[in-house]
Design a protein around this ligand. Structure first.
Ligand code: PLP
Ligand code: NAG
Ligand code: NAG
Ligand code: NAG
Ligand code: NAG
Length: 752
């Protein structure tokens, strides 16, 4: 058992793996001293794929993030609506982590800037301590164990000393929360940025603590100079790479400048000089740009006091402007023209490489933004330093997303091609030799059927719903978002329902359509979409004419552990975002690897998946990025489609007349209104193509053998989407380090 499971619920076997992990702790330190790779990550559990791959490839790396007391909320469905429940994941303890108080680090907030003879000082600050918790991340069957270090906020013991002195002991202790709620809860938004003070503090907290930790490690390595007074940072850019995942940890850039200049006393130009001095890179996503208030008038800003980064300045924007001044061609934020600092721009300026997470992703940036004012700026960046822009297609770890979650499939694959594919997923290509092999086709179909039965039993036990395990399992699980277009799926469900009602005696391929995902708590439209899905389910599932030809299930509380159950059971994977909106997607890859066929648009990594599998083995439909762009130019008019497509009109009319919400006929008027008059994601434009494509899906499904052959071709060509490949590319093309497969003997345990 060699990879991590989060959180708790440990079995003996996992406990063993943890002990092994700790045994090797001093050992990985040895590897680490040659090269530090730092991934600053905010979400708690998501980085698992990348860390697993880094350890498996033998890269010494640290993942950093915040140890949130409350992770992403648990979703409860109540009367068809989403309710949020706090996720108290630490309630029963967490056996995988180890607190490391010896590496506690102070992080400063607020205060003011003071100038004296030896430079700028930041004084009268409020100190919050960052207490690290380490979780070992063992590689797959190789003696490498990396560390994920998550910071927890602690108040210093003398917090609010003033109050103590005037006898306010109780109040002073209560006020410790002020500091400690920095790591209390994860902001639950996905693809949407929240400009709250607490959110900014979280970001500065993880960034400041992480950078101090990196610099401490660097200084204690053989590359930091022995001079006790002044460390030489000459080797820093070669030995440290900081991977910024998305714009969440963008403050890393101004903070690193601040530390190097104000604390380490490097001169500004030396600290910032060449691109190569910047050991950072970033991944970015279209809908995820974050912007912090820059030069808006103080009165209209959210109350955020931010520590002054450098040079007699007391706001970060000036620092950035100074920073940008060196690249005179680009002016991205000036006092009067740009009221916000776009952190994606900060990333671009401060990083030596910026990468998209799928091939199409890098293209889109340039392409889409060409026409907008904002992207005129972005275009400048591109033209100024085109070499900085790269793309690295995302991946998933085959250890979790095949071997662990689908042991039946992993086994029949291993019977044919051996076990080496687990750490070299390209070897799945060998399965192409078995596409016509009757025995293998039967085995694949059998494993799928077993997984479907198992999942049906799970649903019946946990949720008391009965589904037909012989129906086509059509699954869309991902965050609920307009751009992911769960509404397009709903329109297909309604259309399918209406067709059965119209010709109740005709044969239809039976389907169980399952949709799952969390909506951000403040995202009204997403919550309405959940209500719509459950309401459609109430009508469809209780209609005697329909029987078990169509069932609509909302999968409550979609999370990694549920994904591990549902993905192996899927026949059809829905990846239907508007072209140009999904950066990459990883759900799509999980399904492909587990033997589902994909119905999808040419968006994100779907493009490359179809290329690998062959378009004839993929259900591609709808607009391409260019078509969307063209439609934007012409003007998208939803009503035209509504007027000309009778089945679409019928579905929309049913939604607006209360067919699915008899008790409250106008319940879905917001959704209908959005679809008809301000739909940024152009659902109707793809409706017809989607319905036609779904007919092809049903037709193929009738022929189990042909279906299964396509499944085999998909599995066999999914090797590219291993996160091992992604990480190997990052290592070679961005971080400048070779993954090692060299076998190094495990060191002796000093306790033995
Ligand atoms: C893989 C995964 C995702 C990402 O899904 P996409 O389809 O790429 O949006 C989201 N949530 C969970 C729990 C996952 O396992
Ligand atoms: C990077 O951030 C995105 C969300 O912004 C998340 O989906 C992804 O898993 C993160 N990757 C890592 C390696 O943490
Ligand atoms: C942090 O904790 C304090 C003290 O309990 C509380 O008053 C305050 O509202 C909290 N702040 C935030 C942003 O949650
Ligand atoms: C993506 O990266 C590959 C090599 O890594 C490169 O050949 C290709 O041109 C890049 N595409 C875009 C659109 O940047
Ligand atoms: C150092 C080490 O043990 N490396 C191993 C990592 O895993 C791969 C795949 O199993 C092995 O080939 C390496 O030898």
């Amino acid at each position: 058992m060699s990879h991590m499971h989060f959180p708790s619920k440990g079995s003996m076997c996992l406990l063993w793996c943890m002990v092994v992990g700790y045994k090797y702790y001093h050992y990985y330190y040895y590897i680490a001293s040659n090269f530090f790779l730092i991934m600053a990550v905010l979400p708690l559990l998501l980085p698992a794929c990348f860390l697993d791959s880094m350890a498996t490839l033998g890269l010494a790396a640290y993942g950093y993030g915040i140890r949130y007391e409350f992770g992403i909320f648990n979703q409860k469905i109540c009367g068809g609506w989403q309710l949020e429940e706090a996720d108290d994941w630490l309630r029963y303890g967490n056996p995988w982590e180890k607190a490391r108080p010896e590496y506690m680090i102070p992080v400063h907030f607020y205060g003011r800037i003071q100038h004296d003879h030896d430079g700028v000082k930041w004084v009268d600050t409020q100190v919050v301590l960052a207490l690290p918790y380490d979780t070992p991340v063992p590689g797959y069957r190789n003696n490498t164990v990396n560390t994920m270090r998550l910071w927890s906020a602690r108040a210093p013991n003398e917090f609010n000393l003033k109050d103590f002195n005037v006898g306010g002991y109780i109040q002073a202790v209560l006020d410790r929360n002020l500091a400690e709620n920095i790591s209390r809860v994860l902001y639950p938004n996905d693809n949407f940025f929240e400009g709250k003070e607490l959110r900014l503090k979280q970001e500065y907290f993880v960034v400041a603590a992480t950078l101090q930790d990196i610099i401490r490690r660097f200084k204690s390595s053989k590359f930091g100079s022995r001079d006790p007074v002044r460390t030489s940072f000459d080797a820093f850019p070669d030995k440290v790479a900081i991977q910024l995942n998305d714009t969440h940890p963008s403050l890393t850039i101004p903070e690193l400048m601040r530390v190097l200049v104000d604390i380490e006393k490097l001169d500004w130009d030396k600290a910032a000089s060449s691109g190569s001095t910047w050991p950072t890179s970033a991944s970015w996503a279209p809908t995820r740009s974050t912007a912090w208030p820059g030069s808006t008038p103080r009165s209209s800003r959210p109350p955020c006091k931010y520590p002054a980064p450098r040079r007699r300045v007391n706001s970060p924007e000036i620092c950035l402007l100074g920073f940008l001044g060196q690249q005179k061609e680009i002016h991205f934020a000036t006092e009067d023209t740009c009221p916000w600092i776009n952190m994606a721009h900060v990333d671009i300026v401060g990083s030596h490489v910026v990468n998209g997470v799928a091939r199409i992703h890098s293209k889109i940036y340039y392409y889409k933004w060409r026409h907008s004012l904002l992207l005129l700026l972005f275009k400048d960046f591109y033209e100024f330093e085109p070499h900085k822009f790269q793309n690295k297609t995302n991946g998933i770890t085959p250890r979790r997303w095949l071997v662990l979650c689908n042991p039946g499939l992993a086994e029949i694959i291993a019977e044919r091609i051996g076990e080496d594919y687990i750490s070299d997923l390209d070897q799945l290509k060998k399965l192409l030799a078995f596409v016509e092999d009757e025995g293998f086709i039967r085995d694949i179909a059998k494993v799928k059927q077993e997984n479907k039965l198992k999942f049906s039993a799970y649903l019946e036990k946990e949720y008391k719903v009965k589904i037909n395990p012989n129906s086509l399992f059509d699954i869309q699980v991902k965050r609920i978002h307009e751009y992911k277009r769960q509404l397009l799926n709903c329109l297909h469900i309604i259309t399918f329902y209406n067709r059965i009602k119209k010709e109740p005696n005709k044969h239809f391929v039976p389907r169980t359509i399952m949709i799952g995902g969390k909506a951000a708590p403040g995202y009204h439209m997403a919550k309405m979409i959940i209500k719509l899905i459950t309401s459609i389910g109430d009508i469809v599932n209780n209609d005697p004419v329909i029987g078990d030809r169509l069932k609509v299930i909302f999968l409550e509380n979609y999370r990694v552990s549920l994904a591990e159950k549902v993905v192996p059971a899927a026949d059809l994977s829905e990846q239907i975002s508007t072209a140009g909106t999904e950066a990459s997607g990883t759900g799509n890859m999980k399904f492909m690897l587990n033997g589902a066929l994909t119905i999808g648009t040419m968006d994100g990594a779907n493009v490359e998946m179809a290329e690998e599998a062959g378009e004839e083995n993929f259900f591609i439909f709808g607009m391409r990025v260019e078509d969307v762009d063209e439609l934007d130019r012409k003007g998208y008019c939803a009503k035209d489609y509504y007027d000309h497509i009778p089945e679409l009109k019928q579905a929309i009319d049913q939604m607006s007349s209360g067919f699915f919400s008899p008790k409250q006929p106008d319940l879905f008027k917001d959704i209908v209104n959005m679809l008809m008059y301000h739909d940024r994601f152009k659902v109707f434009a793809d409706y017809e193509a989607y319905i036609k494509c779904q007919e092809k899906v049903s037709a193929l499904y009738k022929n189990t053998k042909e279906w299964t052959k396509k499944v085999i071709k998909n599995i066999a060509t999914s090797g590219k989407f291993s996160s091992d490949r992604t990480i190997a590319q990052y290592a070679r093309e961005i971080w400048g380090v070779e993954p090692t497969r060299q076998k190094i003997p495990a060191p002796d345990d000093p306790r033995e």
